[in-house]
Design a binder for this molecule. Structure first.
Ligand code: SAH
Length: 236
């Protein structure tokens, strides 16, 4: 009996210690996240309060593989498996700000990857649709988004080059993979007055982060904003 009591006490202590360490880890990640927003994102000129708040809220460390978790809030892209990467936090914030989102917007993302960018978008707008060509990544992103309660995100496994005609038009479209030319289906699915942000250029060279606007006349304007390096938009 005594042995049993002692064992239960030991289990209880170990359990409490683990809880404590977990809570501490979350607190220290939250501190790192705040520093990331101030030092990497605000400092470089991102000013949209909703974007800054989303970047401070979403636990980036839960979207990356465990072996790189400690680097979650560093000023760098990280590998997420299947040869793909999650963008540097500043690039995520900058691209989100460029879309000039409104609360009621319906947004399409091409290249779900880890699901992190979709989570950021989901805190700012009403509905997020995101397409990932690699089935294992789509499945993992869907699971983590669901587990963390990002209920207004729908993840599709498929070729984002074709968009989602059934859900169009979109108020904004973000492509998070490099493409030499903007997929015509996605231009079609952008609503009037809508904005699209896309890295345009050849893979394995720097691309031009491009802001595309569809005016009320239907006319398309393009503005090249910054050199970036993304993994390629691929086809099946
Ligand atoms: N936005 C992601 C990172 C994107 S990395 C994040 O927040 O983590 C680019 C992703 O685009 C990769 O996961 C890659 O598999 C995916 N991709 C490449 N071509 C695609 C296509 N045609 N349709 C959908 N996804 C594609």
């Amino acid at each position: 009996m005594k042995v049993l009591l002692r064992l239960s006490l030991i289990f209880l202590l170990v359990f409490l210690l683990a809880q404590c360490l977990g809570a501490n880890e979350e607190e220290s990640f939250a501190r790192e996240r705040k520093q990331m927003v101030e030092g990497q994102i605000e400092a470089r000129g991102v000013a949209d309060k909703r974007v800054l708040r989303a970047m401070e809220t979403v636990p980036r460390h839960l979207f990356v593989p465990e072996d790189v978790r400690a680097y979650s809030y560093l000023d760098t892209p990280l590998p997420i498996g299947s040869g793909q990467t999650i963008s540097q936090p500043y690039i995520v914030a900058f691209m989100t700000e460029l879309l000039a989102l409104k609360e009621g917007d319906k947004v399409l993302e091409i290249g779900t990857g880890s699901g992190y960018q979709a989570a950021i978008l989901s805190l700012i707008v009403r509905e997020v649709y995101t397409i990932e060509i690699k089935r294992d990544l789509a499945k993992r992103a869907r699971e983590i988004l669901q587990r963390l309660g990002y209920d207004n995100v729908t993840v599709y496994a498929g070729d984002g080059y074709l968009g989602l005609p059934g859900e169009a038009p979109f108020d904004a479209i973000m492509i998070t993979a490099a493409t030499p030319e903007i997929p015509p289906a996605l231009l079609d699915q952008l609503g009037t007055g809508g904005r699209m942000v896309v890295p345009v250029g050849q893979p394995s060279r720097t691309q031009n982060l491009t802001l595309v606007t569809k005016k009320s006349t239907g006319e398309i304007s393009r503005e090249e904003l910054a050199p970036v390096l993304f993994v390629p938009l691929t086809r099946y």
